[in-house]
Write a protein of this length. Sequence first.
Length: 277
Amino acid sequence: MGGTTLRLATWNVNGLRARAARVATWLDSAAPDVVLLQETKCDPEQVPDELFTARGYAWSARGGGGRNGVLIASRVGLGELRDDLAAYAPAQSSTGEPLPDLLAEPRFLSAICGGVRVASIYAPNGREVGAPHWHAKLHWFAALRAWSSAALSEAAPLALGGDFNVAPRDIDVWDPSALIGATHVTSEERAAWLSLIGAGLIDAAQALATSDTPTAFTWWDYRGGAFHRGWGMRIDHILIDPRAGNLRSCSVDREGRKGDLPSDHAALLVEFDRGGA
């Protein structure tokens, strides 16, 4: 673990098998201790095992039907796996009407790695403001808030990482006026994301941001040359329990968004001092 420092990374790879060579290069260069992947788009038996085991990582994944999918890989232990998010959902939706059951989709997996309970998060997109999937997204976040609150009461410190599909502030999008009426930036979605901060977690990127090194975008559309124009959003996050240790750094791997066949997301990596854990 590099002494008392833990390197925790998250990346929406937008297809693990299609991006396996890129993931291999990134693992070798970034050398994270714990990796949280989203949108793997493969069943667990389709995960390229050697990609992780050859580098000393144990891994576990959830997937199904070639869509969604989350994975945790760790070289500092992988235990006490949980995918029980649905158990924390409110009994009724905010609309009082039946909603798409997004909690049944493979969007969440948690484990204890290096003494920290981590969770790989792939929040629903929401599709269209006011649509059933948008309300289901808020319902999903309500479950995540309840699950996180319960996890924060346990002995192991908590870290959530993944694609939350929420840009928390106007500064986290390239042009707020271009997204009026769109998902990811509504007051309801932002409040759902902020409820995780209210539960006691810290936004690692924002905590370490300065005027010289502000928070960076993590997603750019494939269309319209968005990456090269800087038309991005910060929707991938790592949220840390203060008990996990002192944050040392937080970085976005923009290089991974360049070249042939990139994901539309960039990897996010944080380092924190476990204080001798």
